[in-house]
Design a protein around this ligand. Structure first.
Ligand code: HEC
Ligand code: HEC
Ligand code: HEC
Ligand code: HEC
Ligand code: HEC
Ligand code: HEC
Ligand code: HEC
Ligand code: HEC
Length: 462
């Protein structure tokens, strides 16, 4: 009795919330753009003053960016060029001073300065006193201070400092913070994330955020024919620099919103940018409308930390299936309609496990649409139907599960361009997407494209 009542309450709750929330035409969750802007734009909630050891204090004569680093820390080495550039850009607005950790020798510090051509003053925190005053325990970390009598006032701090935060340091140091976004310059998701935290968290749940790992998995991350569409700003002066360590690997905010988003003065309609990568060859039958609901910018808002990290872990492990975008909308006419013109392919297919996949399911399972969706071809392309009656169960996994709806092709009496060929010039992006829509990590954990393609060979070409 108790259970029935609570179910009724849940149902009522959903009914009400569905009414109360105006639905977003893009299929996105409700959310506020740039909800975390105050952290970057408004003064720190609490005023903090510090007093450094006098040998350091006397160096601070105006707004100063203190960069605390270790010469041997890989993160410090990775951001060194970015901080060099920042120090030049800041010019009169602020001075950069480096503080090298006392845990490393002065020799190591000098080597760092010469190897990374550090253009700003660097001092050695021999006794660790500066670190103690800064209150840091990891490198790199950055603090912006202004002189305040015998002490300094903290304007902001970035503990730890990450790739792309140069924009944020600059925003704080400049009189007009938005001038930190110079036209055409890429900043990386780290910079956007501080204000756009919801958007950035949600982006971490999309396959765009693992596009680079996808290439690494295929051992194609050094192949210039692949990298450009799986990173941000390829081929542009401040875009992806060709390295794996770049903060612009993966498809980030600026891949769709342009460098600096709208904040550099150039506003780009992100709906027009998809096709630069989702072209006809690599993302057959893609449309912005199909893709939009899957890049919900506020999806993470409704998740608690556990749910979020669990979803992110699954994505990073390749356990989150990709939705198949590749098929155009249409009717699957059934494999029997193909035999007349493609008897050879039909014969090969008939002998393959695909043609018998329904036989794997027992009487109960074959009435369960959640099993049938991968063991038989649906009557139409698109999201899997909810009832078994809407599948061609008698043919199991038929031609159109892989080649897409054949209605137009059959009506036209064959031909090209009205069905998916999947032949020689079909890129792995599409092939892999078609097969792994069923050969998911759950059902086929040892999936590998090449040997599996070999096993189902039936096309005319060798
Ligand atoms: C200092 C905070 C801050 C940073 C950093 C920041 N934004 Fe914004 N962004 C905002 C604010 C504030 C708005 C206006 C929000 C609104 O419309 O309610 C905004 C609006 C936007 C919009 C809305 C659409 C439009 O055309 O107006 C986009 C897209 C956007 N930002 C992208 C980015 C990207 C990409 C980055 C990183 C390169 C970035 N932002 C960095 C604060 C920031
Ligand atoms: C810089 C290139 C690039 C741009 C621009 C781009 N994408 Fe993608 N997109 C990719 C790549 C690469 C993948 C595959 C990533 C993977 O699975 O590793 C992908 C995958 C997807 C997926 C499937 C992932 C899933 O979670 O099911 C959708 C949906 C998608 N993109 C929508 C869009 C939309 C909508 C736009 C424009 C608003 C867009 N993309 C712009 C490169 C891009
Ligand atoms: C023109 C841009 C572009 C190029 C070049 C490109 N890709 Fe992709 N790739 C995409 C897009 C877009 C997607 C998402 C396709 C979709 O879901 O419709 C994708 C998806 C993928 C996927 C995931 C397929 C899945 O859903 O399981 C793999 C694997 C992949 N690409 C590998 C490669 C390799 C290897 C190369 C080089 C030989 C390459 N890509 C070159 C744009 C590109
Ligand atoms: C795959 C492409 C893509 C990526 C990556 C992407 N966006 Fe967007 N973004 C869009 C599209 C498309 C829209 C919707 C535009 C519209 O409604 O016309 C949008 C809208 C927005 C808006 C306006 C919000 C609203 O509610 O209308 C903001 C702000 C924004 N994006 C910020 C970001 C930030 C920050 C990142 C990175 C963390 C990011 N986007 C990554 C494509 C993308
Ligand atoms: C996402 C697609 C998908 C769904 C959903 C699915 N299967 Fe499968 N199934 C496959 C694939 C792919 C194989 C072949 C794996 C291989 O041989 O490498 C397979 C193989 C099988 C096999 C034979 C091999 C084995 O693992 O014993 C059985 C039995 C089976 N599935 C039963 C089921 C049942 C029962 C359900 C519903 C609970 C189901 N399947 C749902 C994709 C799916
Ligand atoms: C499991 C997925 C799958 C099924 C099912 C399937 N095919 Fe294919 N088909 C492919 C792939 C992948 C290729 C390209 C590689 C090759 O030549 O084997 C291909 C190639 C072809 C080609 C040659 C295309 C060219 O450009 O060379 C024809 C024709 C064809 N299939 C027809 C059929 C027919 C007819 C059926 C059903 C009787 C069928 N296929 C079932 C995946 C499939
Ligand atoms: C009336 C005869 C006819 C029927 C029926 C027919 N085809 Fe074809 N199909 C052809 C011809 C002819 C070609 C070769 C086009 C070319 O190479 O110029 C072809 C090409 C193809 C290709 C390769 C397309 C490409 O772009 O490379 C595939 C895949 C294919 N057919 C699958 C099917 C499937 C699946 C069915 C059943 C749903 C089917 N065909 C029914 C005649 C037919
Ligand atoms: C509609 C879902 C679906 C699609 C799409 C699909 N498969 Fe399958 N595949 C299955 C199922 C289910 C089985 C298990 C059949 C059985 O064992 O009875 C299977 C079995 C196989 C087998 C035999 C089992 C083995 O491990 O040797 C091969 C090979 C195979 N698939 C390759 C492919 C390739 C390559 C593609 C893409 C071109 C593909 N499949 C697309 C569902 C699918």
């Amino acid at each position: 009795m108790k259970r029935a009542r609570s179910l009724a309450i849940v149902a009522a709750f959903f009914a009400v919330s569905a009414l109360a929330t105006p639905s977003d035409p893009r299929g996105w969750s409700p959310g506020t753009p740039a909800a975390n802007s105050a952290r970057v734009l408004e003064p720190l909630a609490q005023e903090v003053t510090l007093e450094f050891p006098s040998r350091f204090q006397k160096l601070i004569t105006g707004p100063t960016v203190i960069v605390y680093f270790s010469p041997t820390c890989p993160h410090c080495q990775a951001v060194a060029p970015e901080i060099n550039a920042l120090s030049k850009r800041l010019g009169e607005s602020a001075t950069v001073i480096g503080v090298s950790t006392g845990g490393q020798s002065a020799v190591a510090m000098k080597e760092f300065v010469s190897e990374y051509r550090v253009p700003y003053k660097v001092i050695h925190d021999t006794d660790g006193e500066i670190a103690a005053t800064l209150g840091v325990d990891s490198t790199p970390s950055v603090m912006l201070v202004v002189p305040d009598g015998e002490k300094v006032k903290v304007a902001d701090y970035w503990y730890p400092y990450r790739h792309g935060f140069d924009t944020l340091v600059e925003m704080r140091a400049l009189e007009n913070p938005w001038e930190a976004f110079r036209p055409g310059e890429f900043h990386g998701d780290g910079a956007c994330a501080t204000c756009h935290l919801s958007e950035a968290s949600s982006a971490l749940l999309t396959h765009h955020s693992i596009a680079w790992a996808t290439l690494v998995e295929k051992e194609e991350d050094q192949n210039p024919a692949c990298t450009n569409c799986h990173v941000t700003g390829a081929g542009q002066p401040t875009g992806w620099d060709g390295s794996e360590g770049s903060h612009l690997v993966n498809v980030g905010c600026e891949a769709c919103h342009g460098p600096g988003g709208p904040h550099d003065g150039a506003r780009l309609d992100p709906r027009t940018t998809c096709s630069g990568c989702h072209d006809e060859k690599h993302s057959i039958a893609f449309s912005v409308e199909k893709g939009l609901p899957k890049i919900d910018h506020y999806r993470a808002d409704a998740m608690d930390d556990n749910a979020f990290f669990e979803e992110r872990r699954k994505l990073a492990n390749g356990e989150v299936p990709r939705d198949l975008l590749a098929f155009s909308e249409g009717t699957n006419v059934g494999s029997a309609a193909c035999v007349g013109c493609h008897s050879e392919e039909h014969g090969a297919w008939e002998a393959s496990p695909h043609a018998k996949a329904m036989a794997r399911l027992d009487a109960t399972q074959s009435q369960d649409p959640t099993c049938v969706r991968c063991h038989a071809t649906a009557e139409r392309s698109g999201p899997p139907p909810a009832t078994v009656a809407e599948f061609h169960t008698s043919e199991s996994v038929g031609c159109e599960s892989c080649h897409g709806p054949g209605e137009a092709h059959v009506k036209a009496g064959g031909g090209k361009g009205n069905i998916e060929g999947l032949g020689e010039d079909c890129p792995v992006c599409v092939l892999e997407a078609v097969c792994t829509s069923c050969h998911t990590p759950q059902w086929d954990p040892n999936w590998e494209l090449e040997p599996m393609l070999e096993k189902i060979k039936h096309g005319k070409k060798p």
